[in-house]
Design a binder for this molecule. Structure first.
Ligand SMILES: [Ca+2]
Ligand SMILES: [Ca+2]
Ligand SMILES: [Ca+2]
Length: 140
């Protein structure tokens, strides 16, 4: 049953109301047929089609595709500067701007040292410096 009902405003006027909270991610649109019937014999009817489009609310957070809260990457030192080390990918169930994602690095502690950069649009993580095992073994 579509979550709508008619309520009489006057003897000749009705308004269409929702009977439940609409969720665009479950049902994005509804096709209804409103029927008007007279009390004659035989009764005559007329109907109109009504399309209800549910507009998006930004009610879903982005979710990383590989799920986990942490990602461990092992990269051999002596890398090429600018080479892709890894890629992060997230999805968002909303639509339009509410689902458009960009990526950025926020260091777990300390200040960013600009050794690793994530490309805002693609999620590619690239090295901005040649990594040296003897200088530093871990970046967070
Ligand atoms: Ca929703
Ligand atoms: Ca969203
Ligand atoms: Ca939504």
């Amino acid at each position: 049953m579509p979550p709508f009902r008619l309520e009489a405003v006057s003897s000749s006027e009705y308004k269409l109301l929702t009977t439940a909270t609409l969720d665009r991610e479950v049902t994005a649109s509804y096709s209804l047929s409103l029927v008007c019937v007279d009390l004659g014999s035989p009764p005559l009817t007329r109907s109109i089609d009504v399309e209800v489009f549910v507009l998006d609310d930004n009610d879903n957070d982005p979710v990383f595709v590989d799920g986990g809260a942490a990602k461990v990457v092992r990269q051999t030192e002596g890398n090429h500067v600018g080479a892709v080390i890894t890629r992060v990918t997230a999805v968002d169930r909303d639509e339009g701007p509410n689902a458009r994602l960009t990526y950025a690095i926020r260091p777990v502690r300390g200040t960013p040292d600009n050794v690793v950069e994530v490309l805002a649009d693609s999620g590619d993580v690239v090295a901005r410096a040649r990594l040296d095992y003897e200088t530093r073994r871990e970046y967070r």
